[in-house]
Design a protein around this ligand. Structure first.
Ligand SMILES: Cc1cc2nc3c(=O)[nH]c(=O)nc-3n(C[C@H](O)[C@H](O)[C@H](O)COP(=O)(O)OP(=O)(O)OC[C@H]3O[C@@H](n4cnc5c(N)ncnc54)[C@H](O)[C@@H]3O)c2cc1C
Length: 479
């Protein structure tokens, strides 16, 4: 029987996981597989880009080198951008002038950075002018790295997750960094004003400068950037400007191919678009009115799509993802889940402010269920709270007590094992089992269970478990 042509467009983090899920389900028995990637590399962990910006070897974050594809007979078209699909003829047209047949195709084109229209942002060629950068790809990091030097002045436009991360790395590399953020609180998508304020104080203590409630009116300089003028007239010297104003779904291929889009490419619970044979996953899609900007939903979608495309589970459906983030932002532990403010008058709010430590915890509870939480500077309860939120478990009658019980490292209230890696949903029990089976390093645990291979914020907990349980196993052997 002829194998069908399965073509994936985009080779980012969603595709990376989809390929693993397809391999697990022996997809190559029924498909020939081709992956188009605009970027000239194999897949890599985009979340770890800070390491590359910081001067690290880019190979360290590569999860699938070219050999991975070649060894399996998967055609990798790296550095080849797809222009459009002819969905009636089932052909893909690429910018290299070639066209390719597909039976089934998956759009996994991710997001593109939002670049606001600011006077002086672009040069005469309408490209970003020398000294202005976005922060999305490995190549962006290499460009920023080779352009900037210790002692330079940098302005980062955007005090969200990406802006703060870029700012911290540049500061660690010896630049004088000012973050300019339009909202009054930093990370205002994930934190309320108090949370943003605590984060700001910690960030300023770390040597960065912050202007909130402000934006850049114009970027000035002859050929390359020399400074920025803020909306209140203040002028800041700048050799480097990093634009980190959020992202929007990359829908260009879908749009020209007449595949229905709204904010993102529209898909249903089977991740199918309205066009037969065309599916979508990751940040480029819109499912049930929601566009996601984190990796966990993309990975959940990948599992469902692999189940469907291989026939491993034809009933698999994607029902949407609960949103939570647990991150190290500019060196500060931050976690956020669900709503950031109460919605109903009856929603209960508990806030713990530790003024001296600049730490903040807030819980929002409705009918004993957790509907939102924020943690800045103290995220010890985050993993357990995320699990309670994810499963819809009941909080204790005194929610503060629950926060302490979680912090003590106990199981979630609904019982069951404590979840350590929220990106990959890996429990403490699974990690301990892997350690018992010989995985005695963070990397080995990651290879065995995937724990710690997403945002990496749980790696310190995995290390503690490795230290504790590897020692126990060694004692048991020597006894
Ligand atoms: C610096 C940084 C830090 C982050 N930190 C976190 C974090 O801590 N936690 C978290 O959950 N998420 C984080 N994210 C977000 C996370 O990286 C994304 O959610 C994830 O990468 C989405 O995967 P994706 O495959 O949908 O998109 P992407 O990973 O962006 O991949 C899309 C790929 O498709 C390619 N492409 C697009 N159009 C075409 C075309 N026409 N032809 C060929 N190829 C094409 C692109 O070049 C790109 O390589 C971070 C992102 C960045 C940039």
């Amino acid at each position: 029987m002829r194998k069908k042509d399965l073509v994936i467009i985009g080779n980012g983090m969603a595709t990376d996981r989809l390929l693993d899920e397809l391999m697990q389900r022996k997809a190559l028995d029924r498909y020939t597989l081709t992956v188009f990637g605009d970027e000239p590399h194999g897949a890599y962990n985009r979340i770890m880009l800070g390491k590359v910006l910081d001067g690290g070897d880019p190979d360290v974050i590569v999860t699938k080198p070219r050999s991975w594809y070649a060894d399996r007979g998967i055609h990798l078209m790296a550095g080849v951008r797809v222009e459009r699909l002819d969905t009636a003829a089932r052909r893909i047209y690429a910018f290299n002038g070639e066209s390719y047949h597909y039976d089934v195709t998956v759009l996994a084109t991710g997001s593109t950075p939002v670049v606001p229209a600011i006077d002086g942002m672009n040069g005469p060629d309408s490209q970003l002018r020398p000294g202005v950068f976005v922060y999305r790809t490995m190549d962006d990091c290499m460009r920023i790295r080779s352009f900037s030097r210790a002692g330079d002045n940098a302005v980062v436009l955007g005090g969200g997750l990406l802006g703060l991360e870029a700012a911290k790395v540049l500061s660690d590399r010896g630049l004088h960094v000012t973050i300019v953020h339009l909202a009054h609180g930093l990370m205002n998508t994930q934190l309320d004003f108090v949370g943003g304020e605590m984060l700001r104080r910690q960030i300023e203590n770390a040597g960065l400068f912050v202007r909130t409630g402000r934006t850049i009116d114009s970027i000035v300089g002859e050929e390359q950037v020399e400074g920025v003028v803020l909306d209140d007239g203040e002028r800041l010297a700048a050799d480097v400007v990093v634009v980190a104003c959020g992202v929007r779904p990359r829908v260009d291929v879908a749009r020209v191919s007449k595949i229905p889009i709204n904010k993102g490419i529209l898909v249903n619970d089977t991740l199918a678009t309205q066009v037969p044979g065309v599916y979508g996953i990751g940040e480029c899609i819109e499912h049930a009115g929601v566009v996601y900007g984190l990796v966990a939903p993309a990975w959940e979608q990948s599992e469902v799509l692999a189940d469907l495309l291989t026939g491993a589970n034809p009933q698999a459906r994607y029902r949407g993802s609960k949103l939570y983030a647990r991150l190290k932002v500019a060196g500060v532990e931050v976690a956020s889940l669900g709503t950031i403010e109460p919605v109903l008058d009856t929603d209960e709010v508990i806030q713990v402010v530790e003024e001296r430590k600049y730490a903040y915890r807030k819980l929002i509870i409705r009918e004993r269920k957790l509907i939102g939480a924020q943690m800045v500077g103290n995220t010890v309860a985050a993993a357990a709270l995320i699990q309670v939120f994810d499963r819809g478990d009941l909080m204790p009658v005194d929610p503060l007590e629950g926060l302490c019980a979680f912090a003590a490292g106990g199981a979630g209230l609904g019982g069951g094992a404590r979840q350590i890696c929220n990106c990959n949903k890996v429990s403490e029990d699974q990690i301990v089992e892997a350690i018992g089976a010989g995985a005695v390093s963070v990397q080995a645990v990651g290879e065995a269970t995937r724990a710690g291979t997403g945002c990496g914020s749980c790696q310190s907990e995995i290390k503690q478990l490795v230290q504790l349980h590897a020692k126990k196993a060694a004692l048991a052997v020597s006894a």
